[in-house]
Design a protein around this ligand. Structure first.
Ligand code: PHE
Length: 525
């Protein structure tokens, strides 16, 4: 049907070059012109399809048309009430007159009631005795004729007065409608063959491309969403934090070793061997292989001595030292283990080791060189995974990420640490920070970091910081005036707040929503 209609329109245009009124078209398979609104709607569909291929152009004209009500439709089929009354009666003088009661039985109450009055008025029927008879031998049922005309054309040739009368009698309803004038478009042709969407090898070899019509590019069309990869929210936030560190001149530490020894994770940091953090309940230990290689013996000696007996101005813990404890292998509980490795490496020259060094050496012979103790300042950061034997709940998993920064220079003070953190958090969009004294085995003083969260509108704990203790730095070989401050914050918490995720299990693990990952925007701190 749709194809046939399009063909009809094109053929008519081909013959007459315009169609001045689409209501004059005779739709294939029908005998009457397409005057009804339903027909015009079908024509509009065909016109739009042809328009999209520029085969036609058309103008729309608004008209008011009419449709029959259910009562109107019945009259169109069975005749008006008055006509039905008339045909139920005998002609005058031919048979017994019909009483009103009989008439009601024959044509129904409604028709008998409405029809009688009108039939009398039209002089179609008359009284005879108690009954009714036909007066007219033939009648013209103009109501039925009018309704049939409206049914096929949507309107009446006789005009508005009769239409108003039928509307008042609730036999028809007004309906807004359209018709169209049609002209040839720029791509007019009488062929409705669908335009080609691809230029194929076959077309090129057969030469069919010369006569084919091609579908135009639709530059307005929205492309299909691409199925590219997407960074997980944690990685998006990590990227932002990494950028903040880099623009502040920090270098990234290597953090690939998830497995550390008790020595690097705790002992080197002056965490007592009896510290609860080292318990099975807090740390995952590795059973195979059972032990790490021994650390460098001289450094090991200095570390064990400061624990057991003190030194560098410290009394030490004065508790028995266990070699076994130091060689235990474990999943690192903090990235400060990596920081310890890096600081130990940074102090190599201070220990007098002959290390390759791309840093500017003081020229030999001058005054400075004599005093060069090998120390060079450093700013280091890492963002990586750590593991703790935690009971899991909505905000805790047994593994999470730490963001850690470490700065080493001569004469640093707590004010430098505080100042640094203020700058860092400001770059994350957090302008208000507070610090609370805390305890950390490897730092003194230590500070907990609280931030006023702009989204949550409350103070939240962000992390932990402090000045590394001499008991940790001096055994490594750092000169006495070198201070190192460090701090660590979690990556999960700011990520969850940023993306309004309330349960960590929807951020990490099998319940993660892939769609959520794809749709979450890059964070803007
Ligand atoms: N390692 C600490 C933690 O796990 C963070 C920290 C790093 C504190 C450096 C002080 C210095 O919370």
């Amino acid at each position: 049907m749709a194809e046939a209609l399009q063909q009809l329109i094109l053929d008519t245009l081909d013959a007459h070059s315009t169609i001045s009124d689409t209501r004059s078209l005779v739709i294939p398979g029908q005998s009457e012109p397409a005057a009804s609104q339903d027909a015009q709607i079908a024509i509009l569909g065909a016109l739009n399809s042809l328009l999209s291929r520029d085969m036609v152009k058309f103008e729309t004209h608004e008209i008011v048309s009419h449709v029959l009500t259910p009562e109107g439709s019945q009259i169109a089929v069975e005749g008006s009430h008055e006509a039905r009354v008339w045909s139920a009666l005998p002609a005058k003088g031919q048979g017994a007159p019909v009483t009103p009661a009989q008439l009601m039985k024959q044509v129904g109450d409604e028709t008998a009631k409405v029809g009688q009055g009108r039939a009398f008025k039209n002089k179609w029927i008359g009284k005879e005795g108690d009954g009714l008879v036909k007066l007219a031998s033939t009648i013209k049922d103009s109501t039925q004729i009018d309704l049939l005309e409206i049914q096929s054309s949507g309107t009446l040739k006789s005009g508005e007065k009769d239409l108003a009368d039928l509307r008042k009698r609730k036999l028809i309803l007004q309906r807004k409608g359209q018709w169209f004038t049609v002209q040839k478009g720029t791509e007019f042709s009488t062929s409705t063959a669908k335009p080609e969407t691809d230029l194929t090898v076959e077309m090129l070899t057969s030469g069919a491309w010369k006569t084919s019509t091609f579908k135009k590019y639709n530059f307005e069309a929205e492309g299909a969403p691409t199925e590219g990869g997407s960074l997980h929210q944690l990685l998006k936030v990590r990227e932002e934090m990494r950028n903040i560190f880099l623009e502040m001149g920090f270098a990234e530490m290597p953090t690939a070793s998830y497995i550390e020894s008790g020595f690097w994770c705790f002992d080197a940091l002056f965490v007592p061997q009896q510290h609860p953090a080292r318990d099975l309940q807090d740390t995952f230990y590795i059973s195979d292989p059972p032990h790490s290689l021994d650390p460098e013996p001289e450094y090991y000696k200095r570390v064990s001595t400061v624990h057991e007996h003190g030194g560098y101005g410290s009394t030490g813990y004065r508790a028995p030292w266990s070699h076994e404890e130091t060689t235990k292998l474990l999943l690192r509980t903090h990235t400060t283990a990596s920081s310890a490795h890096m600081l130990y490496k940074l102090a190599a020259k201070c220990r007098g080791e002959d290390v390759e060094d791309d840093r500017q050496d003081s020229a030999g012979g001058d005054e400075k060189a004599k005093h060069d103790d090998g120390f060079r300042p450093a700013k280091l950061f890492s963002i990586d995974r750590v593991f703790r034997n935690e009971t899991m709940d909505a905000t805790h998993l047994a593994e999470f990420h730490q963001v850690e920064g470490v700065v080493a220079d001569r004469g640093l003070t707590l004010a430098d640490l505080i100042g640094f953190m203020k700058v860092f958090f400001a770059k994350m969009g957090i302008k208000q920070v507070r610090f609370k004294p805390a305890y950390n085995p490897y730092t003194e003083p230590s500070l907990e970091i609280y931030a006023f969260h702009p989204i949550l509108k409350k103070w939240v704990e962000m992390g932990n910081s402090g000045m590394f203790r001499p008991e940790m730095l001096e055994p490594m070989g750092f000169p006495k005036d070198v201070r190192v401050h460090g701090w660590g914050i979690g990556l999960e918490r700011p990520t969850m707040i940023r993306y309004e995720i309330t349960n960590i299990r929807t951020l990490v693990g099998h319940k993660t929503s892939i769609e959520g990952i794809e749709n979450s925007p890059a964070p803007m701190f």
